[in-house]
Design a protein. Sequence first.
Length: 196
Amino acid sequence: MSNISSIDILVFIISVAGILLEMIQNKWFWLSYIIGSLLLGYQFIIVHLYGSLLLQVFFIILAIYGWYKWTDEGQKHHKQQICHSTPKQNLIYVIVGIFLTLILYYLLKITGDKDYLIDSCLTAISLIATYMAALKQIESWFIFTATVFISVPLYYNYHLFFTCVAYIIFGILDFIGGIKWLREFNLHNKLLTDIH
C-alpha cells in the first residue's frame, strides 16, 4: 500500500472545497480546479498515466474558460444560468466524445500510457463534462459522478488508495451537486411560471 502524501491530502482538501463552491455557483471554484489539476498532473506523471495527465492540462484550459464565463466580465456578454443541455448539444457531445476518444486512444497508446483504452474514454468524457460545467448544464454533475466512480478501479490498480477514497467522496458530492442544481433550476422555473 502506497503512503499517503501531502499532495494527496492537499488535492483532497482543494477538490472538496471546489465542489462545495461550485454547488453554490461561486466562481472561485475554478481556481481550486486549476490548483488541484496541477497537483494531480504531477502525481499522474509519477505513475505514467499520461491520459489522466493530459486530462489535467485540458482541465486547466477549460477552467480558465469557465472562470471567464462565470465572472462579471463573462456575464456582460451572456448571463450564465443553470440549465439543461439540449438534445442537439447532447448529439454534438456524443460525436465530439467519440472523436476525442479515438484521437486520445492512439495518442496515449503511442506515448506508453498503461491503460490507454479506459484513459482515453474517461479523458474525453471528462473534458466534455467540464465544458458543460462552464455552461452551467446540470447534466455535467451526473457525468462527473459516473466518470469519477469508473476511475476508482483504475487508480486502485496503481495503489493510489487515498485517491480512490477521495474520488468516491467526490462522486457522492458531484451527485449531491447535481440534485442541488436540479432543484434550483426547477424552483427558478416555478417562480417564473407563477409570475406569468
